[in-house]
Design a protein around this ligand. Structure first.
Ligand code: GLU
Length: 474
């Protein structure tokens, strides 16, 4: 059997959105699950969209996500170069070969002519399709035009009859009537290939066995298959992935303010958690396991369980997964995660190491991402606490003031400031006032912390210190 080879083929346009990273992950899992190779190919033929530093960014992302690249621009390999702009001569050679074989042709149509065709199509309310005008040119005419320096593109000659079909591993059988396929451009007038051409040439030459990518390419894949056929090449397997959408069905996009991988990373989401979560966007295991290491994903991932309905990006679920990973960190790693966020906001030099250890010990089980700690612990750094409307409203509940007054009483009587004694003070407050449940805990929590939710109350109160607590209870 052929060695499995997959490729991640990003365009270096600046950032890596969640969908890109999920494609990379699924490519990686398909390859590694079968002992194959994972290749990085940089698709930079659209020079207008090129962003400086983007390739480095892609490398950094794959590295922190623990995806090892077997072949790529920096790694090298037997199928290089792995950057498309360095392969331009190659595409030209293959495009000319297709012309020779009668499956492509030179086209000299001016932008004005094409614009006119587009307008006509608009008026007739039909989709624009190039009309094949230049197919009629004789070999001599073509040669003369090229010699005269006329700009040209090379177009694929589509069959006018029949259908082209393939079996997508996720979407099943996909068929397109050939007469609906446009004679698409393979080589642009600047000599660069289009994506539509380059992806075929490269996937073939790089011996890619499985193409994993977003489903926006699902319906153009028949055009690529006609290219494979024209060259007499065997085509790879196709695994098109469902879109990632938000609740309500809208596609996630950076422009709408949806987070990219780096946004999440910079907010203190752990790469392992993001990867774990992304694996579940479109794929589901046979059992109900939700937490996976990369090794477990490699072992359990199965393309047959990729679902073809849109995958819903759910930040609450991501938070849940991330919280799970945060809880599992060693104290040392947890500190590495949160101290930089805290230092940005607070002066930590005034706090003792014991205080910080106790604080972080309490909050490690309580936050869903690193940056969240900043607001959560504000009550320990600011003397003043401010209540939101909901908290203020709660404090007007009948009996709330009684809880607070008695609790203050109890606190005043504590001689040894320990978590146990604070728990006992809460218990005594319950007995004296007869208030229990929400009416017991909430007024105490709000009055001491200003918040309506938080970690274990006795621990929080202990950490605040008796003086602060008494001041606030006033
Ligand atoms: N450069 C393409 C993209 O970023 C790659 C698509 C593919 O994997 O073939 O969308």
């Amino acid at each position: 059997m052929k060695k499995v080879r997959t490729r991640f083929a990003p365009s270096p346009t600046g950032f890596m959105h969640i969908g890109n990273l999920r494609s990379a992950l699924f490519e990686y899992l398909v390859a590694k699950g079968q002992g194959g190779d994972f290749i990085l190919r940089i698709e930079d033929t659209d020079q207008t969209r090129y962003v400086e530093g983007a390739v480095q960014f892609i490398y950094d992302t794959l590295k922190v996500c623990n995806m090892h690249i077997d072949e790529g621009p920096l790694e090298g390999g037997n199928f290089g170069p792995y950057t498309q702009s360095e392969r331009v001569d190659l595409y030209k050679k293959y495009a000319e070969e297709l012309v020779e074989k009668g499956h492509a042709y030179y086209c000299f149509c001016s932008e004005e002519r094409l614009e006119k065709l587009r307008e006509e199509a608009d008026i007739r309310k039909v989709a624009f399709m190039y009309d094949g005008h230049c197919q009629k040119l004789s070999k001599e005419e073509v040669e003369a035009k090229i010699k005269a320096g006329e700009p040209y593109v090379i177009r694929q000659k589509m069959p006018k009859e029949g259908t082209t079909s393939y079996e997508d591993i996720v979407y099943g059988r996909i068929s397109v009537d050939n007469n609906l396929l446009e004679d698409q451009i393979l080589l642009k007038s600047d000599g660069y290939p289009t994506y539509n051409f380059a992806n075929v040439i490269d996937d073939h030459l790089m011996e890619i066995t499985h193409v994993v990518r977003g489903n926006e390419y699902l319906s153009s894949t028949p055009k690529y298959l006609l290219l494979y056929e024209a060259f007499g090449w065997e085509s790879p397997e196709y695994i098109h992935l469902p879109h990632i959408v938000k609740e309500g069905g809208k596609k996630i996009s950076k422009r709408d303010g949806d987070s990219t991988f780096m946004d999440l990373y910079n907010m203190g989401y752990l790469p392992e958690a993001i990867i774990n979560y992304l694996a579940l966007l479109g794929w589901s295991p046979e059992d109900n396991q939700e937490i996976y290491t990369m090794e477990e994903l490699i072992e359990k991932f199965n393309v047959k369980r990729i679902n073809n309905s849109p995958a819903v990006y759910d930040i609450k679920k991501l938070n849940w997964v991330n919280a799970h990973y945060i809880k599992a960190l060693s104290m040392e790693d947890f500190k590495k995660l949160v101290i930089p966020f805290l230092e940005q906001e607070y002066d930590l030099s005034s706090k003792s190491d014991e205080f910080l250890d106790e604080l972080l010990g309490i909050y490690q089980n309580h936050i869903s991402h690193g940056k969240e700690i900043v607001e959560e612990v504000r009550l320990f750094f600011n003397d003043e606490i401010t209540l939101n409307d909901e908290a203020k409203e709660f404090m007007t509940t009948e009996g709330a003031d009684k809880t607070v007054a008695e609790f203050r009483n109890q606190i005043e009587n504590i001689t040894e400031w320990t978590v146990e004694n604070i728990s006992a003070a809460i218990q005594n407050t319950k007995e004296v006032t007869g208030n229990k449940g929400k009416l017991l805990f909430m007024p105490i929590r709000i009055a001491t912390t200003g918040q309506m939710h938080g970690p274990e109350l006795p621990n929080t109160i202990h950490l605040l210190g008796k003086e602060t607590v008494l001041n606030r209870l006033k």
